[in-house]
Design a protein around this ligand. Structure first.
Ligand code: SAH
Length: 237
């Protein structure tokens, strides 16, 4: 246990909310349990993903009124009617991206910035877009405070992706559209993967691989419940 905590201390996250080392250790224990019992136990195996989930202090990404539930097995409200995903869903989606250190990843739906921080902890270069300016600003401030590098945040509609930074080895969408935005497919690198919930009330988590310029084999993984993707996608057939 002491060795694990010493390793976790290698991350520049600073102190716990009340600033004590014991508090940090308590959160790290909860985080370790979360990874073991909710994520690894359900089949997520990628060691880089599990290490990132053990390292990123999820409790610093949730509002104080739900702090006690930061490591619980469900999504949590983050303001403006939006949510931070259930830990298992973050682990599963991150594994399905099949990205490695140095890869460029596009996220649509920054929310709290937690998913982006997990990808950054894996060594990815993260480009993330959030349509609600207040959430984008808050996430930016939070990541700066935590010293998270390798994440660029843009406030705006993620429908059009981030063409200047494309192509991406991974595209992860954390709000559900009823159809997959074409620009996001266009910006996926050949050999890369997109992970996206699709649907309205009933949604399927889909993984789309890009095998060549025009070959996008797709599979359904599990039914999920995400907040809807808003903006341009709602106006397109
Ligand atoms: N990944 C986040 C959780 C996302 S919740 C986390 O780790 O905390 C989904 C987010 O998608 C919400 O914040 C919502 O405002 C945002 N969103 C919805 N439609 C969007 C769009 N078209 N472009 C960018 N962000 C969008």
């Amino acid at each position: 246990m002491l060795i694990m905590l010493a390793l976790a201390g290698g991350w520049p996250w600073g102190c716990g909310r009340d600033g004590t080392a014991t508090d940090d250790a308590r959160w790290a224990t909860l985080r370790d349990e979360m990874v073991t019992t909710q994520i690894a136990a359900r089949g997520v195996r990628d060691t880089n993903v599990l290490a990132a989930l053990r390292a990123v202090p999820r409790h610093l990404f949730v509002p104080t009124d739900v702090l006690a539930e930061a490591y619980a097995d469900h999504p949590l409200p983050i303001g403006e009617g939006q949510t931070i995903s259930q830990p298992y869903i973050v682990g599963l989606m991150t594994e399905l991206l099949e990205v490695k250190p140095g890869d460029k990843v596009l996220e649509v739906g920054t929310g709290s910035g937690y998913q982006a921080a997990v990808l950054a902890a894996m060594g990815c270069e993260v480009y993330t877009i959030e349509i609600r300016p207040a959430l984008a600003q808050e996430a930016e401030r939070r990541l700066a405070t935590l010293g998270v590098k390798r994440v660029r945040i843009r406030a705006g509609d993620g429908y059009a992706g981030w063409p200047e930074a494309a192509p991406f080895a991974g595209v992860i969408v954390t709000a559900a559209p009823e159809h997959i935005p074409q620009p996001l497919l266009d910006q996926l690198k050949v050999g890369g993967h997109m992970v996206i919930p699709v649907g309205s009330f009933y949604q399927q988590l889909k993984v789309i691989a890009r095998r060549s310029a025009n070959d996008f084999p797709t599979r359904d993984v599990i039914p999920v419940r995400f907040v809807p993707m808003t903006g341009e996608v709602e106006r397109r057939p």
